[in-house]
Design a protein around this ligand. Structure first.
Ligand code: NAD
Length: 437
């Protein structure tokens, strides 16, 4: 079976590479010609553990190809995945311009029956719009070719995308008929050997499932951040509270860690888009409105702690940031809380030294020469008045505290403990923990 994946970003490249890895012939198509030619030279546009290896292997064995031309790639394909971006529009709704542009292009160039699958995160009703766009494009050229439009939202996590794709918890597929279901069942069979299910449902439910999943995860984060804020005020320790509630299987221990707010390309935009969908149907999603508001505030929490610690005097102070990406194991800087922290520190007159194991290149695009770029965590901490742990990369977990001159540490992810820090003469601020008096 030949598959075309349109959009070669986090989702498209991982999808294409993993499908090729299990024996499918794949062409990854992107409008970004520079990205495609770099991929052909073996240079990946993103960092994702394990991805480079499978891209290289499958490119060499000829199962994975790259192209800028949908026209040449689509004719002999059985399945076309649409995996382009759906950024937030001005009103928060998902901007479907790229998805529909690809749908039209597919309609212009397809020559044989095709299953067209939206993998991008798209609001309910998008499959209907994709269907219309393909139909109109076919009509324009007076062509009559069978096709199906299916929805197959992607649940991979950045930082573990290859592992998630190869061994998914579940695969959700929205279809209108058996024909598309059979094609996708065959395509995904190699990924379901671990016994996890492929869940077939109607298209609207599949589209909704993705938003509901991300909205629930964002809710868990904002809930814990809200509880963490209260813990600080009442003198409780959220780390203990987290363990206390997480041992109840109805709550579960995963994804209830407080921090400095969620970021990335998905939660912020998907929460916004779902709120927007609600408004289109005259229904306010009040929980999600609060989730968003709590998150906006949470991104400022670390700055507030630093500001208070230094009595508002941040001029001539140097703050070292450990980590910049919105979470570990990715170079993705989209909506990263670090950007909010850096902006506030600079505005308050502080100097900022930064280090991230893989996101420096991406971060430079946003921060330029406003900060000092350092070669490792110790270099960043050199001469700093305080260290702020922003992203919980593994290599930050056990620093040699003797090499850290700063006497205060702000831990945005609660990966350290106050006892160890105090032993090393460092004042410790966690999130939702007992704060130094
Ligand atoms: P991305 O920005 O990394 O990649 C999108 C790619 O699409 C870019 O390379 C861009 O050049 C290309 N593109 C845009 N218009 C095109 C066109 N007309 N033809 C061909 N290529 C085109 O985006 P991403 O992070 O991979 O996200 C893609 C979609 O998947 C979004 O809807 C996102 O919400 C969803 N999603 C993302 C993740 C994630 O972790 N990043 C997880 C699940 C779902």
């Amino acid at each position: 079976m030949k598959v075309v994946v349109v959009g070669t970003g986090y989702v498209g490249l991982v999808t294409g590479a993993c499908l090729a890895e299990v024996g499918t012939d794949v062409v990854c198509v992107d409008v970004d010609a520079a990205k495609i030619s770099r991929l052909e030279e073996g240079i990946l546009p993103i960092y994702e553990p394990g991805l480079e290896e499978i891209v290289t292997r499958n490119f060499k064995n000829g199962r994975l190809k790259f192209s800028t031309s949908l026209e040449f790639s689509i004719p002999d394909a059985a399945v076309a995945f649409i995996a382009v971006g759906t950024p937030p529009g001005e009103d928060g709704s998902a901007d479907l311009r790229y998805v529909l542009q690809v749908a039209r292009e597919i309609g212009h160039h397809m020559t044989a029956p095709l299953v067209i699958v939206t993998k991008s995160t798209v609001p309910v009703g998008t499959a209907v719009k994709v269907n219309r766009a393909v139909k109109e494009a076919l009509q324009d050229r007076s062509a009559s070719i069978d096709y199906d439009v299916a929805s197959n939202p992607e649940f991979l996590k950045e930082g573990a995308a290859v592992a998630d794709f190869m061994k998914p918890d579940r695969i959700v597929v929205g279809v209108n008929n058996d024909r598309a279901a059979k094609v996708l069942e065959a395509l995904y069979a190699p990924f379901l050997l671990n016994g996890h299910p492929i869940l077939f449902m109607d298209v609207a439910s599949a589209e909704m499932t993705k938003y509901a999943a991300n909205a629930m995860l964002a809710t868990k984060i904002s809930f814990m951040n809200d509880i963490a804020g209260l813990c600080e005020l009442v003198g409780a320790d959220v780390n203990k509270v987290r363990k206390g509630i997480g041992s109840d299987p109805r709550i579960g221990s995963r994804f209830i860690y407080p921090g400095i707010g969620y970021g990335g390309s998905c939660f912020p935009k998907d929460v916004k888009a779902l709120i927007r969908t609600g408004l289109e149907y005259d229904r306010r999603l009040r929980i999600l409105e609060a989730v968003e508001a709590v998150n906006d505030d949470q991104k400022k929490v670390m700055f507030d702690k630093i500001f208070r610690h230094f009595d508002g005097q941040l001029k001539n102070k140097t703050i070292a940031l450990w980590g910049l990406s919105f979470k570990p194991n990715t170079d993705d800087m989209r909506e990263a809380p670090s950007l909010v922290l850096v902006a506030s520190l600079l505005e308050a007159g502080a100097s900022v030294r930064v280090f991230d194991p893989v996101a420096m290149h991406e971060a430079q695009k946003a921060l330029g020469d406003a900060v000092e770029w350092c070669s490792d965590l110790y270099h960043a901490a050199e001469g700093a008045d305080a260290v702020a742990l922003v992203t919980e990369w593994n290599e930050f977990r056990l620093p040699d505290w003797k090499r850290i001159g700063a006497r205060v540490l702000f831990d945005g992810r609660n990966i350290y403990d106050d006892v160890t820090l105090h032993k090393n003469g460092i004042t410790y601020y966690g999130i939702g923990t007992i704060q130094p008096s």
